[in-house]
Design a protein. Structure first.
Length: 249
C-alpha cells in the first residue's frame, strides 16, 4: 500500500482522511450512546444534551484557535481564510470542549461531573481519526521529523520520517486498556477517569511533539506543548491530590 492512500472508487478519488474523520464522529457517538444505556447516568437527559452542545461548540472553537496558533503567520487572503476554517487540531478540540462543558454546566447549574462517559468514546474516535492521518502521510501535518532510526517510514515525500500517527495509535490502544483496567479495579470518584485521560493524553502529546517538524515556538515549546502545560495547570489540584494521597503498604 502506498502512502498517501487515496483509493479511487467509480473514477472518484476518495479522501481517506475525511471519510475516517466523519466515521470517527459517528462511531464515537454511537459508542457513547451504548455506554450511557448500560450505565446509570446521574445527569438528566436535558442537562446531558446541554453539556454535549457546550462540548461541541467549545471543541469547534478550540480546535480552530489552536490550529491557527500552529501557523500564526498565515496571510489573510480568501483562499487562506478557507484553509484556516479547515485547520483544526484534536488538542484544541479536547481542551475547548472541556471549557465548553464547564461553561454549559454553570449555565444550567449542573453540579455532577460529566466527563467519565465520554472517555472511551473519545479514545475510539481519536484512534479512527489517527488511522486517517497515518494514511494521509505528508498531506496532513501529523507526520514526524526525518529520521535514520529503524522506525522511519516513507510517508509520501521520499524521506524516512517518524510515523508519529502510528506511534499514537499504539499509545491509544495501551491507554484504552489501562483506563479500562483502572476503572474496573479502582473505586474512582466521579470525574476522575476523565481527568486521568486528559493528563495522560496531553502528556503523551507533549512528548511526541518533539518528534514533529514544528516551526513556531514560544519559550522553546510548540503551541500544542504550551496547551499541554495549560492543561496540567488546569488540573494541578487533582495532580496534587494524587501525589498527596496515602496508599496502603
Amino acid at each position: 500500500m502506498q502512502i498517501p492512500f487515496n483509493p479511487e472508487l467509480f473514477g472518484i478519488n476518495i479522501n481517506t482522511h475525511l471519510v475516517l474523520e466523519y466515521l470517527a464522529f459517528f462511531i464515537a457517538y454511537r459508542y457513547y450512546v451504548f455506554l450511557r444505556k448500560r450505565n446509570t447516568d446521574v445527569i438528566t437527559s436535558n442537562n446531558r444534551l446541554s453539556i454535549i452542545l457546550g462540548a461541541t461548540l467549545g471543541a469547534l472553537a478550540g480546535s480552530r484557535l489552536v490550529g491557527f496558533l500552529e501557523n500564526p503567520l498565515i496571510e489573510f487572503t480568501l483562499n487562506n481564510a478557507i484553509t484556516l476554517l479547515n485547520t483544526k487540531t484534536i488538542m484544541g478540540g479536547l481542551f475547548g470542549g472541556l471549557l465548553g462543558v464547564e461553561l454549559a454546566k454553570k449555565i444550567i447549574n449542573e453540579k455532577h461531573s460529566s466527563g467519565d462517559l465520554f472517555v472511551f468514546p473519545i479514545i475510539l474516535g481519536i484512534f479512527i481519526g489517527r488511522i486517517g492521518c497515518f494514511l494521509s502521510g505528508t498531506n496532513e501535518f501529523t507526520y514526524g521529523k526525518v529520521t535514520t532510526s529503524t522506525f522511519g517510514m516513507d510517508l509520501g515525500d521520499g524521506l524516512l520520517r517518524h510515523p508519529t500517527s502510528l506511534y499514537e495509535l499504539f499509545f491509544l490502544i495501551f491507554l484504552f486498556i489501562a483506563l479500562k483496567t483502572v476503572n474496573n479495579r479502582l473505586q474512582l470518584k466521579n470525574g476522575d477517569l476523565f481527568k486521568i485521560f486528559m493528563l495522560s493524553y496531553f502528556g503523551f502529546r507533549f512528548c511526541i511533539e518533539f518528534l514533529k517538524p514544528n516551526v513556531f515556538y514560544t519559550f522553546g515549546l510548540s503551541s500544542i506543548q504550551i496547551l499541554c502545560v495549560i492543561c496540567w495547570l488546569y488540573y494541578s489540584k487533582f495532580i496534587a491530590s494524587l501525589l498527596l494521597t496515602k496508599h496502603p503498604r
